[in-house]
Design a binder for this molecule. Structure first.
Ligand SMILES: *Cc1c(COP(=O)(O)O)cnc(C)c1O
Length: 367
């Protein structure tokens, strides 16, 4: 084919997007046992009840799902004490973040988030033709004053991951309220509470009350970090006028039948959630102490992962550690794209995986 032939071209800005790179899931050739600690999945796996529900639906895969995911919304509403009419379910919470950008941003608009924020915000803002505005953090944590200072008349959305990935840091809810209070009423505040279940802090709130009372706040949640990453189930809670707008834009059957049934069984299995959170609390604390004991700095995390910073000498850099660990089957997450060229993010794993990483790092740092 001739090179100069006309061909379809993406909208302005699309080719400037750097595609999302998911956590690695494979180890170098020859490594037999692989511990995937790169995607913040649940080391306890899915709820056994979700597995059962997914098996059951397999025989009915010819039938379209309920396009409003009513029973899933009702199950979520029951567990969290919400009105199901104010919930939208989605193909992972990524989808809902994209729909919010697509619905509320136009070319020329701006969207604000923080410098080490979850990467998909930038992608969806650019995909909507709008301008991403990344704001400096303080001590690897969102800085409300800096965020408010970045708001201009062109700002339409402020994204806040609370807690944030990959840092694991969080804002106490008094700070979130202060952020909201400082925003113009026409700016949408998106509270991404993907790790809410894991946070055990008295001053933390996911945002249910604020999203239930303000006209410009939504809260997004996911099932992915509690054992259903592969099923793709997320949801949003917010005011009726936003739910109405998103329902016009989303795909008519955006949540598939397996996701709906696995999601219902999963959220009703509170014992599995509790086990997962307890496992996390124990090993997050243990791993943080061990890393500090090895002389490594960690960012204080309330999520199901830990950001580990490596020394400046090249022999013991994050890249070298990543190679060393991968050879032994421990797959962590490089976070250069998040502005941390010399850190690795480690998901809290099984006891075996956690102890294995610490032992391997001991050897690595002595080498
Ligand atoms: C994992 C994650 C999500 C979304 O995950 P889904 O699998 O799409 O539900 C959203 N926000 C943050 C901060 C995350 O870490």
């Amino acid at each position: 084919m001739k090179q100069d032939q006309p061909r379809p071209t993406p909208r302005a800005g699309i080719m400037d997007i750097e595609a999302y790179v998911p956590g690695k899931s494979t180890a170098p050739a020859g490594v037999t046992k692989v511990y995937k600690l790169s995607s913040n999945e649940n080391p306890l796996g899915p709820s056994p009840k979700a597995i059962e529900a997914a098996r059951e639906v397999a025989g009915k895969l010819d039938v379209y799902p309920d396009g409003t995911a009513r029973r899933l919304r009702e199950a979520i509403a029951e567990v969290h004490g919400l009105n199901p009419a104010n919930i939208i379910c989605s193909n992972g919470s990524d989808e809902i973040l994209g729909l919010l950008a697509q619905t509320y941003l136009a070319p020329g608009d701006e969207a604000v988030f923080t410098e080490h924020a979850f990467m998909v915000y930038k992608i969806y803002v650019q995909a909507a033709g709008a301008k991403p505005v990344a704001v400096k953090e303080t001590d690897e944590r969102a800085d409300v004053d800096a965020m408010l200072a970045a708001v201009t008349p062109a700002t339409r959305i402020v994204f806040l991951a609370n807690p944030n990935n990959p840092t694991g840091t969080y804002l106490p809810f008094s700070e979130v309220r202060r952020l909201h209070a400082g925003l113009p009423k026409n700016v949408l505040l998106v509270l991404d509470a993907a790790y809410a279940e894991y946070v055990r802090r008295n001053d933390y709130e996911a945002g249910i009350e604020l999203a239930g009372s303000a006209e410009n706040v939504v809260m997004t949640r996911t099932f992915s970090k509690l054992g259903l990453g592969g099923a793709r189930v997320g949801w949003m809670y917010g005011p009726a006028h936003i739910v109405d707008a998103i329902n016009r834009v989303r795909g008519p059957f955006n949540v598939n039948a397996t996701a709906i049934e696995a999601g219902i069984a999963s959220i009703r299995d509170r014992a599995h959630v509790e086990r997962s959170v307890q496992h996390n609390e124990k090993w997050l604390g243990w791993l943080s102490e061990q890393m500090i004991g090895l002389g490594l700095r960690v960012t204080p995390s309330v999520g199901n992962f830990l950001l580990i910073h490596f020394p400046d000498d090249k022999k013991h850099s994050a890249a070298a550690a990543d190679d060393f660990l991968s050879q032994r089957g421990y797959i962590l997450r490089r976070v250069t794209g998040y502005g941390f060229p010399n850190a690795l993010r480690m998901s809290i794993g099984t006891e075996e995986a956690n102890r294995g990483v610490v032992d391997a790092l001991k050897t690595f740092l002595k080498s």
